[in-house]
Design a protein around this ligand. Structure first.
Ligand SMILES: [Zn+2]
Length: 120
């Protein structure tokens, strides 16, 4: 999977969560409201690809990283999450984002957290 620094923007899109093993990422706790809102965005995953990207941080990554979203097990690594902020910019994140947060302690930029929390 391609690496992009957090908050890298191009036009009206901003990339978040395109992590790589070689580059340290910000870690920390995120609140449960954010996680609940984030789960809702998984109903509208987009840009589905045929293959699965493996998690670069798991020692034994699976093809299609399983995760429980709203009570349903889905497999991550082959789609994107898009969320618009109040300024009309769109954050684009790999769907592995939820796994990165839950399993590897990744903390996305505050701008992204705010955009997710103000959505729905
Ligand atoms: Zn992992």
């Amino acid at each position: 999977m391609a690496y992009y620094p957090d908050n890298e923007s191009s036009g009206s899109t901003i990339r978040v969560g395109w992590l790589d093993k070689k580059v340290p990422f910000s870690s920390g706790m995120v609140d449960s409201t954010f996680l609940q809102r984030l789960q809702k965005l998984y109903r509208d995953r987009t840009n589905q690809t045929r293959g699965y990207h493996l998690c670069p941080f798991c020692t034994k990554p699976e093809f299609g990283t399983p995760v429980n979203i709203e009570g349903e097990e889905i497999k991550l690594g082959s789609a994107e999450i898009h969320v618009r902020d109040a300024n009309g910019q769109t954050f684009i994140a790999p769907d592995l984002l939820y796994h990165y947060i839950l399993v590897h302690g990744y903390c996305p930029p505050i701008e992204f957290i705010e955009a997710v929390c103000s959505n729905g």
